[in-house]
Design a protein around this ligand. Structure first.
Ligand code: NCD
Ligand code: ZN
Ligand code: ZN
Ligand code: ZN
Length: 345
């Protein structure tokens, strides 16, 4: 089976400031091993990417250190409103955190929110970390201001059904779901402890079922929300930071779903490549494709992981669908799960 180079619109590559968890080199190696050739990296770094200066330095680093194409989000901060028009000319999308998650970025209050929207004065997606009622806030913003709102990692039945109704009304909203919310629920969270802790938290089996019900309609993209933290951080007695890695497990999991008849191979291609490229207006990559063996069964992971954190909440899972080869711009970059010409440091 041949797929186009996949696009992950939600990853945390941790640079600058969190290079002990991941960096552009290790994160992009994990991406290639997982069939992704284009990444959109989140701005909740240290410092966060809320000013043109920080953003530019990080984007240049991403270009020089990454093994695949990496684009960086602009981060919204009410303290840096003057930076938004500058960022909006360069970054493919804006990220606004409406609720508490990992990192300091958060926009609080309707005034700040309206000012941020005004600063982002281009027709490029405004992506929200929005949980529960905050999803309704995002829908209201799309309705009143006519701006394209993209909902990150939708995880609950109430949320996906509200987004479905907003779409029925013709509002300019799109959304992504993650493989961990599709394949895991609160029972797995108990089993996994800190290694199953992320935002949004794993939900009920009813919420999980709702995401599958909408996989062939409301859902626009599958995104990994690759959010690596070290084992030591996850095992800190005073509490673990939320987030799990996902770049290397996303395609095998979704191929397993295809094998189970939950979606077609064509739909997988839409969710992991065509829709992300269209929604975020990302350039095509010539002579770029991913070869998979959809019949191959194995226990994940088959090879040592490339992500610097070195663990996965899906360890030990029986999956169906192996990545055999990745070609990027005419160059073979992955063969039999191994990233070529790459030294693990
Ligand atoms: C993310 C992180 O670690 O940066 N964590 C998470 O649990 N998803 C932040 C986020 O995406 O909300
Ligand atoms: Zn988030
Ligand atoms: Zn429904
Ligand atoms: Zn995230």
């Amino acid at each position: 089976m041949i797929l186009p180079g996949l696009v992950d619109v939600h990853v945390h590559l941790r640079s600058p400031g969190g290079e002990h968890k991941e960096d552009f080199r290790t994160g992009s190696a994990a991406a290639l091993a997982g069939g992704f050739t284009t990444l959109l990296a989140m701005p909740n770094t240290q410092p966060p990417l809320v000013s043109l200066d920080y953003w530019r330095v990080a984007q240049n680093q991403a270009i020089s250190q990454s093994l695949c194409d990496v684009f960086l989000y602009a981060g919204a901060s009410a303290e840096h409103l003057d930076q938004l028009p500058l960022l909006s000319a360069r970054a493919p999308a804006l990220k606004i955190y409406l609720d508490q998650t990992y990192g300091p970025l958060r926009v609080r209050g309707l005034n700040a929110l309206e000012e941020v929207m005004a600063g982002w004065n281009v027709d490029k997606p405004i992506c929200l970390h929005a949980e529960e009622e905050s999803v309704a806030v995002g829908i209201a913003l799309a309705a009143v201001f006519g701006r394209h709102i993209h909902f990150c990692h939708v995880s609950r039945r109430s949320e996906i059904e509200l987004i479905a109704r907003a779409k029925e009304r013709g509002l300019p909203v799109t959304c992504e779901v993650t493989p961990h919310h599709l394949f895991l629920n609160e029972n797995d969270a108990r089993r996994l402890g800190p290694y199953g802790d992320m935002r949004p938290a794993l939900a009920s089996s009813g919420d999980q079922a709702a995401l599958w019900e909408h996989i062939n309609s409301t859902v626009d993209c599958i995104a990994s929300d690759h959010a690596p933290h070290t084992r030591a951080e996850k095992e800190r007695p005073e509490g673990a930071p939320p987030g799990v890695p996902g770049l290397e497990s996303t395609l095998p999991l979704m191929l397993t779903a295809v094998a189970q008849g939950r979606l077609s191979a064509g739909r997988l291609e839409e969710l992991l490549a065509r829709n992300p490229r269209r929604i975020f207006n990302l350039p095509e990559q010539a002579e770029t494709w991913v070869e998979v063996d959809p019949e191959a069964e194995f226990v994940f992971p088959e090879h040592p992981l490339y992500t610097k954190c070195g663990w996965s909440p899906f360890e030990g899972m029986r999956l169906r669908g192996r990545i055999t080869r990745v070609v990027l711009r005419g160059r073979e970059v992955v063969r039999d799960g191994i990233v070529l010409n790459y030294q693990k440091l």
